[in-house]
Write a protein that binds this ligand. Structure first.
Ligand code: SF4
Length: 339
């Protein structure tokens, strides 16, 4: 699923970079409506009337711009820093973590100054005595826009040459072929986001099915990349134990027992903020996503906004279930974190 935008906005200063100019030429040649934005000119916020239509229109809008590189935000618990390669995503997952950060107009943005972003990462590494890790998927799923920017390709090759830098990113998408033959030197962890069939069917619209994601994982493992699975969000609804046991059985059927492979599991339970809930209810008015505060515990988050998480006892029970199930089905694999 390569992202095919319906309209393209290009920030004028993006044209100072070769990639910005190439993208402008390419989109015009391919017949896309292209608008160059003057400094401080806002993207038309009302591309379509109504919250849902405006949200859908934003997701089909590509913005070509320049990433800020003064400092990178933290990316705990996954990595030390966020690596800004893109923001927004073409998928329509109801629970998406970007509902909080991008709100009701989640444009898909790509950055043309990948070289500057990587140079800034290089300075963080130079200032540190130990290995520094960078996460490339904090604000987007970066794979659908890769054919336009080559940002993942450049990052993988850059980090391959860094003794003290590691790169990681996660995707639900499956167009992995162009990245398979790159020299990565084991410095990039190429992970996949997976979930139970029920969660995918109910909440992860416009994303590839589980079977396709697992086939892509197998290709990435065969290419020798360190890999992993993010199971997120873990939704504790219905017979969730059976659903997640089925999920791991499917992983084992396609990818084997992962013995001798460098594969990690990251486990993230469902949580939501008030802001995300309000966007979700407007954009997906028929959502069945469980968001009743009576079933949750309120927790203050690292970026200043509070979130509703599952209660402590249920979290403990869930952690035990996942650790035991994974230890049994994939002996020796590592659970990197559970939150
Ligand atoms: S694929 Fe990931 S980033 Fe994209 S909408 Fe779904 S959860 Fe959000």
């Amino acid at each position: 699923m390569v992202f095919i935008p319906e309209r393209v906005f290009i920030r004028e200063r993006a044209l100072d970079y070769p990639l910005g100019r190439r993208l402008k030429e390419r989109f015009i040649k391919e017949g896309f409506p292209v608008i160059v934005l003057k400094p401080r000119q806002r993207i038309a916020t009302r591309l379509s009337p109504g919250a849902r239509q405006g949200y859908i229109a934003a997701k089909k809008t590509l913005v070509v711009t320049v990433a800020g590189t003064d400092s990178f935000l933290s990316s705990k618990p996954s990595a030390d820093y966020q690596l800004p390669l893109a923001s927004g995503c073409t998928g329509f997952c109801e629970y998406c973590y970007l509902q909080t950060t991008l709100g009701k107009h989640p444009y898909v943005q790509v950055y043309v100054n990948v070289g500057e972003v990587l140079a800034r990462a290089g300075r963080y590494m130079a200032e540190s005595d130990s290995v520094v890790t960078f996460e490339g998927s904090c604000t987007s799923d970066p794979l659908p826009t890769e054919p336009y920017t080559g940002a993942l390709r450049r990052s993988i090759l850059f980090f391959a040459a860094q003794p003290r830098g590691r790169f990681r990113f996660v995707t639900k998408y499956t167009e992995v072929e162009p990245l398979l033959s790159l020299q990565h030197n084991g410095h990039t962890r190429f992970r996949f986001s997976i979930n139970s069939e029920r969660v995918i069917k109910n909440y992860e619209h416009a994303t590839p099915p589980l079977g396709e994601r697992l086939k892509a994982t197998l290709k990435v493992l065969d290419a020798g990349y360190p890999s992993g699975f993010i199971v997120a969000p873990i939704i504790l609804d219905g017979d969730w134990r059976a659903d997640y046991r089925d999920l791991f059985e499917q992983v084992r059927r396609t990818c084997g027992d992962l013995k001798g492979k460098d594969v990690t599991f990251e486990l993230i339970t469902h949580r939501y903020t008030e802001r995300a809930k309000s966007t979700i209810l407007e954009v997906f008015p028929k959502t069945t996503l469980p968001m009743d505060p009576a079933d949750r515990q309120y927790k203050r988050g690292q970026f200043g906004y509070g979130k509703y998480v599952y209660p402590r006892e249920l979290m403990q029970e869930t952690r035990e279930f996942f650790t035991q199930t994974l230890n049994k089905m994939f002996p020796g694999t590592q659970v990197q974190y559970f939150v």
